[in-house]
Design a protein around this ligand. Sequence first.
Ligand code: ADP
Ligand code: MG
Length: 669
Amino acid sequence: MGKIHVLSENVANKIAAGEVVDRPASVVKELLENSLDAGATRIKIQVEAGGKKLIQIRDNGCGMVRDDALLAFERHATSKINRAEDLLGVATLGFRGEALPSIAAVSRLRLETCAPEEPSGTVVEIHGGRIQKVEEAGLPMGTSLTVRDLFFNTPARRKFLKSESTELSHIASLVTHYALAHPDKHFELHSATNAVLIASPVEGHKERIYQIFGRDVLEQLLTVAEVRPWGQISWVWQGREPRDRQGGPGIDARAHEDRAERDRGEPGGEFRVHGFVSKPETQKLNRNSIYVFVNRRLVRDRVIQHALTEAYRNILPPTVYPVVLLFLELPTGEVDVNVHPSKTEVRFRHQAVIHDLVRDAVRAVLMKALPVPQFTTEISAHPTTTPALALGRWSSTTASPGYALDRMPEVEPFTLQATVPSPVNERFEFRGGIGLAVDPMESVVPAPQGPNRRVIEDGCMPPIADEPPATSPLGSSLSSLKPLGQIRDSFILAVNHEGLWIIDQHVAHERVLFEKVLKQRATQTVHSQRLLLPLVFELTPGQQAVFAQICEELHHNGFEAEPFGARSVAVKVAPAGIETAEIELMLEELLDQLSREEQALNMEKVRTRIAASIACHAAIKVNMPLEPDKMEWLLTELAKTECPMSCPHGRPVVLRYSLKDIQKAFKRI
Ligand code: ADP
Ligand code: MG
C-alpha cells in the first residue's frame, strides 16, 4: 500500500495559517484588508493582551449574506477574483481566499455580519477550524470579527509570540500606517486600557500625518509628488542604457529583464509616486520607519528599498535610515501581487524603471531642499532609536559614530553672542560637551525704544544697499565665502552677501575627502603610502570575520593588509594622507562597525563606510589653527562637493546666520 495520503482540510488550514498568520498583527492586517476591500469607511479595532487574548474588528462595509458567511471559511473561497487571468490585475488587497479559514483554524472565531440584501444578519462561530454555531440575528450593517485565544491549539506557534506590549506595538504600527494610507476613512484602535489611535476622516495624507503625529513630525518631512504617464516613461527608458548600479540587489540583471519586457509592448495608464520622506537631519537606526505602499498595499520591497538608499546616498550616512511614507500607484497589470502568502511582497513588471523613477523623484526633492541649518533651528543630527513611526514618539536619542570632537580637550560650553530678539534658546548639541547656544540676550548697544521707524528717521539706520537674494544653491553660496578667522581653532567664521557662516572645519574637510576617496576608488586612482614599519594589531573574532570579507575592498582603497598569525593583521601600505597613528584607530572602528551590522555585508555599503572612515581619520581636526589660505582652500573645496551641507555621518557642515536675521536682530526690519 502506498504511503501518500491527502491531508485533511483542517490540517491543510493549519499549515496555511503558518504562512498567513504568524502573530496577532498579521491577523489584524488580514482583517483590516478585508474591511477595506468591503468598502468600509469606519473601522474599529479592539485588542486585549497584545491581540493574544482578543482581536475584534468591526466595519461598516458591504457585509455578507448567509451563504457567503459560511463559504468565506472554505479554503480558496473569495469574492475578489474568478479566473486565473484576474490575477494579472488584482485591485483588491485580498484575493487568495486564505485568511479567514487560516485564522479560524488557529483561534476561537466569531463572525457577525449583515448585508443589505438580506433582512437579518448571520452569526458564525468556529473554534479551531470546527463550526460550532450558525444562526440568524438582528445585526447592524457591516461585519464584526472576533478572534479569541489565537494559536490556542498550536502551542509551538504561541510560544514564539513576544511580550504583550511588543505585539501591541506591531499592531499599532500596522493600523497607524493603514490609517495613513487611507486618510478618508475613520480608524480606531483600542487596547484593554486605552485608545491607541482615533483618526477621523481628513482631507489628505498631510492632514493625516498632522492628525496622528503632530506638527513636529510633519515639519521633518518633505513632500514627494511625481506623476508620469506610463507611455512617456517607456519612451524615456527606450533611449537609455541601464546604468551601472554596483552591488544592488540584482538590479542589473533585472534591467535586462525589463528591456526584454519593454520590447513586448507598452502598457497604458500612469505612474504616481507620492508621499513623504524625511530631511537629512532625521536619522533612524533601522528601517522600521520606512513604509511603502504599492497600490495602497503595504509591502516590503527590496527594489524600492534600494532606490531609497540611492536617493539618500551621500546625504545620509550608510548606517542610518530615513523616515519614508511612500505611495506608489501604477496600473494593476504592472504589479504582480501574487508573490507571497502574506501578500507583503510584490514584483514589478518593469522593476528597473520603477527603481529609477522612485530614486529620481526622492533625490530631486532632497536636493531641492538642501538644508542650510540656520542659527535659530535646532539641529538634531543624531540617529534615533525610535523603533518606528510610533505614536506620540518622535524623540531623538544620541547614538552617533566616532567623532573628532570627542577627542577635544575639555572645553566648556560657550555662547555665541548675537542679538536675536525672537524668543529662541535652542542648542546645537554636539557630543563632547560643546554646546553652541543662541540666547535671547541684551544687545551690545541698548535696543532702541519705540517703533523702528523713528530710529530710521533719526538717520541712524540708512537702508542696507543690497537686499539679501533668495537663497542660492549652497555650492555657489559657499564659493563666494570669505573666511574671517576661527573660533577656538575649530570653527571657521566666514561671510558673504547672504550673511555670516560658521563652518565646522573637521566635518567640512571630511565631506571633501569622502567624495574624493569615493571618486578615486571608482577611477582606480587611489594614492597610497608605504609605512616605515608594518603596523601589526590584534583582531577580535568578529573583526577577523569582517576583515576576511572586506580585505579586497580595503586593497582597492589603498591598503595592503594581510593576516599575521592567527589573530593579528599587518598593515604595510595605507592610503596617503592618514597619519600612522590614525590607521589602526580607523581600521578598528571600521571593523567594529561592520561586525555590528545585522544584515549581510553589501559591498557598496562597505565602500561607502571605508570612504567615510578614511575621510574622518585623514581630515583636519578641531583645535587646529589654520592659515587664511588654508581656510580659503577648504571652503573652495567644500563648495565643489556634491553634497556640502552634511558630513558623511550626516552632521551639518555649515550654519548660516542670514542677513535677514542679522537685520532683524538689529531691528532694521
Ligand atoms: P480574500 O480576502 O483573499 O478574498 P479572505 O479569506 O480574507 O479571502 O476572505 C474571504 C471572503 O470573505 C472575501 O473574499 C470576502 O468576500 C468575504 N469577507 C471577508 N471579510 C469581509 C468583511 N469584513 N466584509 C465583507 N466581506 C468580507
Ligand atoms: Mg482577505
